[in-house]
Design a protein around this ligand. Sequence first.
Ligand SMILES: Nc1nc2c(c(=O)[nH]1)N(C=O)[C@@H](CNc1ccc(C(=O)N[C@@H](CCC(=O)O)C(=O)O)cc1)CN2
Ligand SMILES: Nc1ncnc2c1ncn2[C@@H]1O[C@H](COP(=O)(O)OP(=O)(O)OP(=O)(O)O)[C@@H](O)[C@H]1O
Length: 200
Amino acid sequence: MTVDLAAERRQLRSVLRDRRRALPAATRIAAAEQLATRLLAMPFAPTHGYVAGYWAMDAEIALHAWQLKLPRDCVYCLPVLGDDERLRFAPWRPGDALVSNRFGIPEPDVSPSSLLEPSHLAMAVMPLVGFDAAGQRLGMGGGWYDRTFAFRQERPAPPYLVGAAFDVQQVDALTGAAWDVAVDAVCTETTFIDCRKVPA
Ligand SMILES: Nc1nc2c(c(=O)[nH]1)N(C=O)[C@@H](CNc1ccc(C(=O)N[C@@H](CCC(=O)O)C(=O)O)cc1)CN2
Ligand SMILES: Nc1ncnc2c1ncn2[C@@H]1O[C@H](COP(=O)(O)OP(=O)(O)OP(=O)(O)O)[C@@H](O)[C@H]1O
């Protein structure tokens, strides 16, 4: 990535994070409910298996409403940071033990041997900082989701990758980097964008 592109992404992240922080509480609560409805209505929404969400922080759109309404055969999981800079996943239900990771985000307190590999997920919902209509995404910049799901560049879903965001996080067009893993869909409080490539 060129210095210019990296600087441009940093600047854009800051603008978009400010924008989502500025949303009033009532808007955020309603948006989380609407997001849940849209996630459950997606054409490829899993009916069973492991599905990953995240513990919302920094004014990210929340997933608790979706977790509560998941089909009974879906197992909700949270990401856990690995020493190899990739994410693994662990089932989590309200009341299960949590520990704070190096970014201050709660994650399930489980032994490494019980963690799930990303390839075992039916779907992963990831928090977006920004997105465009083509499914290019901007994350926090640590590359965690890109590294974790790099295998999806050569392999079809599952796991389906879905970005979650508020409408105000959409931008006209993002310049992708070679390692960027595109999402299969983006869901906001008002919109489902199906970004899947149609085979030629
Ligand atoms: N809710 C949530 N969970 C998540 C992510 C996320 O973006 N949101 N991640 C997405 O990759 C992974 C964790 N990766 C992260 C990468 C960078 C920063 C970050 O830059 N945070 C701070 C600085 C905090 C610090 O270093 O103490 C920041 O807010 O600027 C946070 C998480 C997995 N879990
Ligand atoms: N497959 C990979 N292998 C090694 N490093 C990677 C890989 N994917 C991403 N990275 C590194 O991670 C960083 C990701 O930066 P980028 O600006 O693309 O993050 P992002 O779009 O915010 O995504 P994420 O949500 O994954 O952090 C880059 O510095 C890149 O070098």
